[in-house]
Design a protein around this ligand. Structure first.
Ligand SMILES: [Zn+2]
Ligand SMILES: [Zn+2]
Length: 288
């Protein structure tokens, strides 16, 4: 075989590899885009009427920074969602190799409802303290403040999160289920439920149901977590039990005056992605 034919066969193989890779990539992108559009339709049908009937704050559908939060929504579906599932499944199989068989057997021998209660309780406990640390430790706050930079809350604002903040939260929330040996399908079910709940507690809704609020949590509680004060309370994700236990439950009978943070924050999606990664002296010189 001469040099030219070796080069040609190499060129053809490279073309084949690139062509099939790009086809696979486009197929994945198309699937993710369809999933995003379906979820968007589902969320609009579910939350928009609810926000009209039980409105907490007066605001238009396309309120300020709507398109910025929509970029976060698209980013979660098109860029970060797949990476999260990949990281979680690897973390889960890595941890599985370390867990003793007898421990897993003891967990599995309990009734399913007890296992469920254990997982929810431990997750809530971990995420409660993990969340308090996000507000207290400066390194964690630089990523978590992206979520708190939202000045208008609704079902869409729930998606405003830095991906590294999501990795931290997802890791903590799912740690008990992984340690106790729940199958990945159950864990993904729990993630989906918590995801929809997270969207619900950010929605622009206020229900006049104090008993339900204390038992399972409510948007008006999380709205106070988004008050401009950095340590405003209500760190729990679902039930406010942990906030009640540790003295951080707040529930005034009105909405906070202003959501957001006192620090300056970027106005673009790319700015929000990059800014937390930069050292302070560079941040000061750059304007996003
Ligand atoms: Zn927070
Ligand atoms: Zn929030």
């Amino acid at each position: 075989m001469d040099l030219i034919s070796i080069f040609r066969s190499f060129q053809n193989r490279l073309f084949d590899v690139l062509f099939s890779a790009s086809q696979g990539f486009l197929y994945e992108l198309w699937n993710d885009l369809m999933a995003a559009l379906l979820s968007l339709a589902f969320l609009i049908i579910l939350f928009v009427p609810m926000e009209r009937v039980f409105r907490a704050n007066k605001q238009a559908f396309f309120r300020p920074a709507w398109w910025l939060d929509f970029s976060f929504f698209l980013g979660q579906y098109l860029l970060w969602g797949g990476i999260m599932v990949y990281l979680l499944s690897h973390f889960s199989s890595w941890l599985n190799t370390w867990m003793p068989y007898s421990f897993r057997e003891a967990v599995a021998s309990q009734p399913w409802w007890l296992q469920m209660l254990e997982v929810v309780f431990l997750s809530d406990l971990l995420i409660y303290w993990g969340h308090r640390l996000q507000h207290r430790v400066e390194f964690l706050w630089r990523f978590h403040k992206v979520h708190h930079s939202a000045e208008h809350l609704d079902w869409l604002a729930a998606h405003r999160e830095h991906p590294l903040d999501t990795v931290y939260t997802m890791g903590l929330i799912n740690l008990p289920a992984i340690v106790l040996g729940f199958p990945l399908s159950t864990i993904i079910g729990l993630i989906t439920f918590r995801g929809i709940w997270a969207i619900y507690i950010h929605s622009n809704v206020r229900f006049p149901l104090p008993f339900v609020r204390v038992l399972v949590g409510a948007p008006e509680l999380h709205h106070w977590h988004h008050d401009q004060e950095r340590d405003a309370g209500n760190y729990a994700n679902i039930s406010p039990l942990m906030d009640l236990l540790f003295g951080t439950y707040v529930c005034p009978d009105h909405e906070p005056k202003q959501f957001g943070i006192k620090e300056k924050s970027p106005r673009t999606y790319l700015g929000h992605m990059i800014e937390p990664l930069l050292p302070k002296n560079i941040k000061k010189r750059l304007r996003f």
